[in-house]
Design a protein around this ligand. Structure first.
Ligand code: HEM
Length: 399
């Protein structure tokens, strides 16, 4: 048996490369238990998949992010609910979050991506996270919701500030709390305006979304519920795409043959997005709380135990993927867990895939030969989100 390794989701050291630790857990400790931090963790693809499907045993209602599990925030957003509450919310918000509405956004996403890239033309170096990938996703969500262009810089700044954490701190700084209040005030007014004067946008559709009268709980969404849902989009749908794009550009640079393939054939971009979701996904684990004693691989997870389903590890499970540590944009993937699975599977997956494809092709078209200097990679630290806080690229003359 290999020497025991520690999986500490708060460790900066682990952030550099968690994958060897995950592999050890898969082989030697498939039901990993961290006594001091008080959690269990599943890392094998099949175990994570089974747990995602078994929401009755693995509850989201106590929260899904380790440091916030059991706190007051739990249960207030769809992502922290179990059926039937989650089912009602999901059915209502899905009425507004239709593939048709999202597909119609393609020209606007292309315009937003190009506008941010236009500003970088002619520069020989820039930070692709701060100057591009951290700007695009919130502007896209704003466009979808119907937030006017004049307000989008403010909404993006508040949303990004809500996510900000000082190095080494798990809890939000005062500026972050203040930005959340500003965002909430703005949304309250925007929802109120649309109640009085409906528009052709997602916010209006959320207000008018209805369930059949014979549904178990047919109440439409309250203003408060709409506001909390939008705040969730401003976090879950914002930081994830920012991090996915930066990780993809990093790994394409590390694998120049793969980058060449993509530059030559933009039709490979959807496959590259799936591969990064398997290989190095932004959302590394989803926390759950066991509602009963669970026996697995000869071990017992007790009722009330906190369990991390490490989907980031599941993508590297050799029991599921051949040569899992190879980054291959042409890999055929039937299923990965980068968007989770089951009842809570990412509601924004279609949007995330579309905007990641558009952004990647637009970026590579302009800057096919970007280089990353030795000190260009700045890693972010978070227990569940993996990615780069900054990625400085250098553009060779004429490239
Ligand atoms: C690459 C980008 C993204 C990744 C990796 C990602 C990942 C995930 C994952 C893993 C979950 C499941 C959480 C759980 O099981 O506890 C989830 C849920 C969710 N995601 Fe995403 N997401 C992304 C982008 C987006 C976008 C763009 C939106 C919307 C604008 C979005 C909205 C949501 C919502 C609302 C949920 C909660 C669904 C529910 O609880 O029923 N996500 N996402």
């Amino acid at each position: 048996m290999a020497a025991a390794l520690e999986y500490d989701p708060y460790s900066y050291e682990l952030d550099v490369d968690p994958y060897p630790v995950y592999r050890w857990m898969q082989d030697e400790a498939p039901v990993y238990h961290h006594e001091r931090l008080g959690f269990y963790a599943l890392t094998r693809f099949q175990d994570c998949l089974d747990a995602f499907l078994d929401w009755e045993t693995y509850s989201s209602a106590e929260g899904t992010v380790l440091e916030f599990m059991g706190s007051a925030m739990s249960g207030t957003m769809i992502i922290f609910m179990d059926p039937p509450r989650q089912t009602r919310m999901r059915n209502l918000v899905s009425k507004a979050f239709t593939p048709r509405r999202i597909a119609a956004l393609e020209p606007e996403i292309t315009r937003i991506a190009n506008a941010h890239l236009d500003a970088l033309e002619g520069r020989d170096t820039f930070d692709v996270v701060r100057d591009f990938t951290a700007k695009l996703p919130m502007d896209v969500i704003s466009a979808l919701l119907g937030i006017p262009e004049a307000d989008r810089d403010d909404v993006r700044a508040w949303s990004n500030a809500v996510l900000h954490r000082e190095p080494g701190e798990q809890l939000p700084p005062p500026e972050s709390v203040e930005s959340l209040a500003r965002l909430s005030n703005y949304l309250e007014r925007a929802i109120d305006e649309r109640r009085r004067r409906p528009r052709d946008d997602m916010m209006t559709e959320l207000i008018h979304a209805e369930l059949p009268v014979d549904a178990d709980d047919p109440r439409p969404l309250s203003d408060d519920e709409i506001q909390r849902f939008i705040t969730l989009l401003a976090t879950a749908g914002n930081e994830t795409v920012t991090k996915l794009l930066a990780s993809l550009y990093y790994w394409l640079w590390r694998n120049p043959d793969q980058r060449r393939l993509l530059v030559r054939d933009p039709g490979l971009a959807p496959g590259a997005v799936e591969e990064i979701l398997r290989f190095d996904p932004p959302s590394q684990y989803q926390g759950r709380t066991a509602t009963r004693d669970v026996s697995l691989h000869g071990q017992t997870i007790p009722k009330g135990g906190r369990v991390l389903l490490i989907n980031g590890a599941s993508g590297r499970d050799p029991r599921k993927f051949e040569d899992p540590d190879r980054f291959d944009v042409r890999r055929e993937i039937d299923l990965h867990l980068g968007f989770g699975y089951g009842r809570h599977v990412c509601l924004g997956a279609f949007l995330a895939r579309m905007e990641s494809r558009i952004a990647t092709n637009a970026f590579l078209k302009r800057f096919p030969d970007y280089e990353i200097p030795e000190d260009g990679v700045e890693r972010m630290h978070s227990s569940n989100v993996r990615g780069l806080a900054g990625l400085r690229v250098e553009i060779p003359p004429g490239g």
